[in-house]
Design a protein around this ligand. Structure first.
Ligand code: ADP
Ligand code: ASP
Ligand code: MG
Length: 917
């Protein structure tokens, strides 16, 4: 098939035609559309009329010229009948798909690989071009001269694209066309500039050029690649009637006639058609309104009775919510026509709302696919949703997705005088119609006391004024109390087949909103059963969307986490979480989201979750000044994640003092911080009581023996009814290391220095050697075992010699320590003489309700004497384990094992919350 569009445009007649900018026929069918050459509603603006008079005169002459040419052609072109049906498939490529020369190349390749027998391809303008054109009109209308450079930018964009894609004649033809178009647009815009106004038809004519250019470029490229094709200026075929503000209705009968005619003159197996643009029955150029190319594709699908309409865009399909607002939105495999319509009507702009209607009657499926991810199967929109059958009767399966519309206002007409008065609603909506406002949603309580409806914010003033004047008598008489306007509202719609009639769905929805503390201003639930619509304040809308989405789509074991203290242990934990997150999510449906990390000076917050692969960099870049309450509010206050846990990785008693408050707020707690459990007894008891009462979890395994299962072992024994008699153990990794290495003739001070160098001790080794830390562990275990002891009840044998306790620094202490070595050496020798070793232990003597921390001697064959490195060892002597104590042994210090212990508590929490094992 010869490239008819191109040949036509270089014939003398069509060249002169194209120079008037209004006759952009793709081919020889000009005669059939003589009025395609008419100017858009010029007559309505007298000023513009005079400006354009010259052009119109020229056009009439050209019209005759076109007619003559076409008559000649018609006799020579054999009529070829259009075979409709499923040999045709329709593809639509959105603006981003044809946004650059590389992308257009990619589109051509996709078309080449598509093995459909016949293809009708609908293209949008290159991305941003339609916006640029609207902007140019705005500028010209407001007499802003910068419309000229803006138009030049449009020219340049297309020129460069064509230079990159086309060659030789193809390029020359396109560029000449482009320049003609631009010259004419400049003349028109000049007219608009002078008039200071552009009619809708003028605007539609100007903004539709993006599609004309992209379709021609793609058609030339496809031909260059060896596929015969024709391009179609859809204004020659698609006939639509205006149907209210921003709406048009296709005239299928007329469009079909024109299509058949067009096809007979341009027969081809591949047709590249412009999206978005159409003509009125009077052949005045118009558009299908913003984002209308999807609609174009669907109308084409219906006209060709195509097998399928594939809409190519920049996302994997229709998501359960706008993926820009809800991170965890998922791609829906299928949607019914009704569901897709509801989703798009309520703001899912992946699909123009009117796209569904033309294809639905012929049951032509629509598939939404991602041009950037060909591996993704996309979303299939067809008669009934397969998912419904697949997913059975789960509550979740009734809700497919959520969508929102912003920038609305609610109007509430209220008054006791409305009840039982026939015609009130009609009067209200009659007044609204008179100002041309679009009512997005209506809600009326059955008491008829008030009628409430949502309109676009920009229309609300006119609506309110119209109502006040229409009802001024009723308002004066008090039959109507007010016409109230609530500005800054958004609609949130939940969409799903049979959803509204399924018990429990609405309750769950409203419950999620209540939990998120979101006030619902109005509700509408149509009898269609496909959606529940509610109005919220715009500032709450994204939060509301996330709250409801998470309730229906998130795993129950999604946990919002706040990490307090990203020091050595905290940061090791964050790294462990980073490495394990994917496995946990996939295998156990545990979705851990770190929503905040707070240090003593700075904190990092996120409202979805922090990327743990770069939290350190993010903290530097985006860290803000530490504010603990703001941090907690951020982690817990998001409300779209069902569970919150704070992980306190500090050893700070100030942080521990907040635990009660956090538990009371329903926040779970996990910590290696010993301060709360070893602090004042009454506070500890209060904390435990509160924790049980509030059904929150408080885990602190890493407070004793780092990652070793000591607390859980003890709790397990107690909960199963065993009786604890005695707990005895080496609880300090540091002191374990020191005494395991205090052998032979080595001096005690030398071993202490070695332990410090190896990083086993606190910066000041006296913090370990004083025994306080061990005492805290003893008190934690004692209390766990039911003893009501204070820290001060535990006698602690300090290993810091009395005279060195006052040393100002660790260095001074270490310097003087050798002077006291003989004391320790003697103790070791005395033990050695008896075949024993020294060990620093903590003891909980449950039977006698006592605890101690001291240096003890053990026989060399005792388990405590067998340790190495910094191992901890804990022996539980109980009723059941009386002859042989139950022993837990292993490394009980170090960042990795401590963080591992905390992590284990986090997973324990997840399983308590319902994660599968
Ligand atoms: P095109 O130019 O291809 O027509 P649009 O920008 O009109 O593309 O539509 C695609 C965009 O719609 C996506 O990039 C996405 O951000 C947005 N979108 C909004 N809601 C949804 C949803 N529920 N599912 C998928 N995409 C959505
Ligand atoms: N180009 C038009 C617009 O941006 C139509 C479309 O892309 O769907 O509105
Ligand atoms: Mg779109």
């Amino acid at each position: 098939m010869q490239p008819m569009a191109v040949t036509a445009s270089i014939s003398p007649c069509s060249r002169s035609l194209s120079s008037n900018a209004l006759s952009r026929g793709s081919n020889a069918s000009k005669k059939t559309h003589p009025s395609a050459l008419s100017l858009p509603h010029c007559s309505s603006i007298s000023k513009m009329e005079s400006i354009c008079q010259g052009t119109i005169r020229k056009l009439s002459a050209l019209c005759i010229c076109a007619s003559v040419a076409d008559v000649v052609r018609e006799t020579s072109v054999e009529k070829i009948q259009l075979l409709k049906g499923d040999t045709w498939s329709v593809h639509k490529f959105g603006g981003t798909c044809v946004g650059s020369s590389d992308r257009i190349r990619n589109v051509a390749e996709i078309l080449q690989n598509d093995d459909s027998e016949r293809k009708l391809v609908v293209v949008s303008a290159m991305s941003k071009v339609t916006d640029m054109m609207y902007n140019i009109i705005d500028k010209a209308q407001s007499r802003d001269d910068s419309y000229i450079p803006a138009l030049d930018a449009v020219l340049e964009k297309h020129r460069l694209t064509a230079l990159d894609l086309l060659q030789a004649d193809d390029l020359a033809i396109f560029l000449s066309q482009l320049h003609h178009d631009l010259d004419n647009l400049k003349a028109m815009l000049r007219a608009i500039y002078i008039a200071g106004h552009a009619t809708e038809s003028f605007t539609d004519f100007v903004v539709g050029h993006g599609e004309l250019w992209s379709a021609q470029i793609l058609a030339s490229l496809v031909r260059k690649n060896g596929t015969d094709c024709n391009w179609m200026d859809a204004r020659e075929v698609l006939i639509v009637n205006p149907a209210g503000s921003d709406l048009v209705d296709p005239d299928y009968v007329e469009s079909e006639k024109r299509l058949e005619k067009w096809f007979s003159q341009n027969p081809s197996r591949t047709i590249i058609a412009t999206g978005f643009i159409a003509s009125t029955p009077q052949n005045i150029p118009t558009t299908l309104k913003r984002d209308g190319s999807d609609f174009s594709a669907a109308i084409m699908g219906a006209l060709f009775k195509a097998r399928q309409v594939t809409i190519w865009t920049d996302v994997d399909g229709v998501y359960s919510a706008d993926p820009r607002k809800v991170n965890e939105a998922v791609v829906l495999k299928t949607l019914s026509y009704q569901e897709a319509w509801e989703m798009s009507y309520f703001g899912a702009n992946v699909l123009h709302p009117r796209t569904i209607i033309p294809v639905m009657q012929y049951e032509i499926p629509i598939v939404i696919r991602n041009i950037f991810n060909l591996a993704a199967p996309g979303t299939r929109i067809c008669r009934s949703s397969i998912n419904e059958l697949e997913e059975g009767q789960r509550l979740e399966s009734f809700v497919k997705g959520f969508a929102t519309i912003d920038n609305l206002a609610l109007v509430n007409v209220e008054g006791t005088g409305m009840a039982g008065v026939p015609g009130t609603a009609s009067a209200i909506f009659g007044a609204v119609k008179d100002v041309g406002a679009n009512v997005v949603m209506i809600s009326q309580a059955s008491s008829e006391h008030s009628v409430c409806f949502a309109v676009p914010e920009k229309e609300v003033r006119a609506v309110a004024k119209a109502l006040e004047s229409r009802f001024c008598q009723a308002l004066d008489a008090g039959r109507l109390s007010q016409v109230a306007v609530i500005p800054n509202c958004s609609i949130l719609a939940a969409v799903g087949q049979k959803m509204a009639s399924t018990p429990g769905v609405s309750a769950t929805l409203f419950n999620a909103l209540a939990k998120a503390n979101i006030n619902v201003r109005a509700i509408a639930q149509g009898c269609s059963e496909y959606n529940i619509t509610l109005v919220v304040k715009q500032e709450d809308c994204v939060r509301a969307l996330r709250a409801v989405h998470s309730r229906f789509y998130l795993s129950r074991t999604t946990i919002a986490m706040g990490i307090i203290g990203p020091g050595l242990i905290g940061s090791t934990l964050l790294d462990q979480l980073r490495d394990q997150a994917a496995v946990l999510k996939e295998k156990f449906k545990i979705d851990l989201r770190v929503m905040g990390i707070i240090g003593s000076k700075t904190m990092l917050l996120s409202d979805t979750s922090i990327d743990l692969t770069k939290w350190r960099e993010l903290q530097k870049e985006k860290g803000e000044v530490t504010d603990l309450e703001k941090f907690v509010q951020n982690v817990h206050g998001n409300h779209f994640i069902p569970n919150t846990v704070l992980v306190d990785c500090t050893s700070d008693s100030g942080i521990a003092s907040h635990y009660c408050n956090w538990l009371r707020r329903g926040i779970h707690l996990i910590t290696p911080n010993k301060k709360a459990n070893s602090g004042p007894l009454n506070q500890y008891l209060k904390l435990r009581a509160l924790q049980r009462k509030s059904y929150t979890h408080y885990f602190y395994e890493a407070t004793v023996g780092a990652g070793l299962p000591i607390i859980t072992t003890l709790q397990g024994l107690l909960e199963t009814g065993d009786k604890i008699l005695r707990i005895e153990g080496i609880f300090s990794g540091t002191l374990s290391f020191i005494f395991n290495n205090f052998i032979g003739t080595r001096a005690f001070s030398v071993v202490v220095v070695e332990a410090k160098k190896a990083g086993y001790t606190e910066p000041d080794p006296r913090d370990d050697l004083s025994g306080t830390d061990v005492a805290r562990k003893v008190i934690i275990l004692a209390r766990e075992a039911g003893l009501k002891l204070e820290l001060s009840d535990i006698p602690v044998q300090s290993l810091v010699p009395e005279p060195l306790r006052g040393c100002a620094s660790a260095e001074e202490y270490l310097q003087q320590l050798p002077q006291h070595d003989h004391d320790m050496a003697k103790k070791r020798q005395d033990a050695e003489d008896e075949g024993e070793v020294l060990r620093y232990v903590g003891v909980v003597d449950v039977a006698n309700k006592k605890g101690t921390v001291e240096l003890r001697r053990y026989k060399k064959d005792h388990p405590f004497a067998q340790l190495s490195g910094s191992d901890n060892i804990i022996a539980f002597t109980t009723e059941r384990y009386k002859q042989q104590p139950l022993i837990v042994r292993g490394p009980g210090a170090g960042a990795q094992v401590t963080a591992g212990g905390i992590f284990n508590d986090i997973l324990r929490l997840a399983s308590y919350l319902g994660a599968p094992s």
